[in-house]
Ligand binder design. Structure first.
Ligand code: IPE
Ligand code: IPE
Ligand code: MG
Length: 257
């Protein structure tokens, strides 16, 4: 992992600050090679390493990776066990490297259904990397966006008046008082499917969506750079007229937009 700290001034001005990735296609990658599906997950870990390493220099400050959905428990027990073992190995092997590279790891999703001991290892890795400022690396594990929204709504109910920003903070797992997690700028899904599969439904309200046919284990630093370059030439209008926006909006614009 690169230890180079990327200064704010070096970052491309029109880079996507928050990139989210649905890392799909591991099973097909393995099947195409006559290998068992877990071999694809294994190869996918290398793509995670490449992506995390390449992200800061491309101007990405927050990277959210979909590693295991709440619906992935539907898969055969052997595949789930292989995935959990890989995740545990990733946490053990990568924590020191992430800390060195200045990446702060946080894991989103439920922890009460994970194999024994994994939640504690995750908490230790989060603590060990908590000082990182080069990259906010969020890994979604046993994650469902709809469950996360319901959970945040229940916590919000106890807190009185609510703004979009505060709700976004609750959604990110905090108590509503911490640093806000920015909306997703660019969502990439590998593997060719064009769906969200219950990932970051709130946070992607104005995300640019990029669906690429490449299977996740084949995803390279160049693919990430190409995605960032594609993003850079999008015209994001947020409901206005973009570059041709009137100087004064005609009517009230939602304060938290
Ligand atoms: C994504 O790859 C990884 C997880 C969902 C855990 P898949 O395992 O879904 O691969 P395909 O879509 O079957 O090829
Ligand atoms: C989404 O991929 C979840 C992850 C990549 C972790 P899936 O392969 O589970 O999604 P569907 O089943 O094709 O919608
Ligand atoms: Mg899939």
């Amino acid at each position: 992992m690169s230890q180079r700290f990327v200064a704010q001034s070096e970052m491309p001005a029109d880079a996507p600050r928050h990139v989210a990735i649905v890392m799909d296609g591991n099973g097909r990658w393995a099947t195409a090679r006559g290998l068992p599906r877990p071999a694809g997950h294994h190869a996918g870990v290398e793509a995670v390493r490449r992506t995390v390493e390449a992200a800061p220099a491309l101007g990405i400050k927050t990277l959210t990776l979909f590693a295991f959905s709440a619906d992935n428990w539907r898969r055969p027990a052997t595949e789930v066990a292989a995935l959990m073992a890989l995740l545990r190995r990733f946490v053990r092997a990568e924590t020191a490297r992430l800390a060195e590279a200045g990446a702060r790891l946080t894991v989103m999703g439920r922890r009460d259904r994970l194999p024994a001991g994994l939640a504690a290892e995750i908490a230790a890795a989060e603590l060990a990397t908590s000082g990182g400022t080069a990259l906010d690396l969020r890994v979604a594990l046993d994650y469902s966006a709809r469950d996360a929204i319901v959970d945040a709504a229940m916590r919000a109910a106890a807190q009185g008046p609510l703004t979009r920003e505060k709700f976004a903070q609750l959604l990110a797992g905090g108590d509503g008082s911490g640093e806000p997690v920015p909306d997703v700028d660019l969502l990439i899904r590998t593997g060719g499917e064009q769906r969200l599969s219950d990932f970051l439904l709130w946070e992607c309200a104005y995300a640019e969506l990029l669906f690429v046919p490449r299977l996740w284990p084949d995803f390279s630093a160049e693919d990430l750079a190409a995605a960032v370059a594609w993003f850079a030439v999008r015209e994001r209008r947020f409901g206005g007229l973009g570059a041709a926006d009137a100087q004064e909006p005609a009517a009230a614009v939602s304060s938290a937009a």
